[in-house]
Design a protein around this ligand. Structure first.
Ligand code: ADP
Length: 170
């Protein structure tokens, strides 16, 4: 059985060990998926994030899930896309890798990712999808945890992109 799957819909509804948040470096909330996660989690999440003191691009931080169905949130800060030649691909892969490292160290079995950096941060969808799948596959080839990784696509366009790219890698 494949350890990778694609789900189409709202990541805040997923009952998994951790959902990943495409946060900004303040970790104090924002728009897009970040805003949706904070709204669904409630004020406890913001209070815990305040204590973390931010997070550099490409790194990740683990918190509780509060009122979310997910037990934890892994906050990672994706790169703002400039031209694709300013370190964005490596930083984006690092987001996936560092999130998976935290999940694995915490013994988490199931983790769901949104399409990091592809909203306000402007990363082209197809290129970001390739980096996401590359980074996750690299992790899975060397680690037993997490057992299950979900790409949570917000809309049928993203889901179609992931389906196409995953069959290429299969
Ligand atoms: P970034 O600043 O990293 O670009 P955004 O939140 O603007 O973050 O967008 C990242 C991705 O999250 C986009 O593909 C967007 O469609 C998606 N997204 C927005 N809301 C949700 C949600 N509730 N669940 C899953 N994905 C979401």
């Amino acid at each position: 059985m494949s350890r990778l799957s694609i789900v189409e819909g709202d990541i805040t509804r997923l009952q998994v060990d951790a959902i990943v948040n495409a946060a900004n470096s303040s970790l104090l909330g924002g728009g897009g998926v970040d805003g949706a996660i904070h709204r669904a989690a409630g004020p406890g999440l913001l209070a815990e994030c305040r204590r973390l003191g931010g997070c550099p691009t490409g790194e990740a931080r683990l918190t509780g899930g509060y009122s979310l169905p997910a037990r934890h949130v892994i906050h990672t800060v994706g790169p703002v896309y400039k031209d694709g030649e300013s370190g964005e691909p490596e930083l984006l892969r690092s987001c996936y890798r560092e999130s998976l490292r935290l999940a694995s160290e915490a013994g988490l079995e199931s983790v769901a990712f949104p399409c990091i950096s592809t909203g306000v941060y402007g990363y082209p969808k197809s290129a970001a999808c390739q980096e996401a799948i590359t980074a996750v596959n690299q992790w899975l080839s060397a680690h037993a945890l997490p057992r299950s990784i979900i790409f949570c696509c917000y809309g049928s366009h993203d889901a179609g992109l992931y389906r196409m790219q995953l069959t290429r890698f299969a």
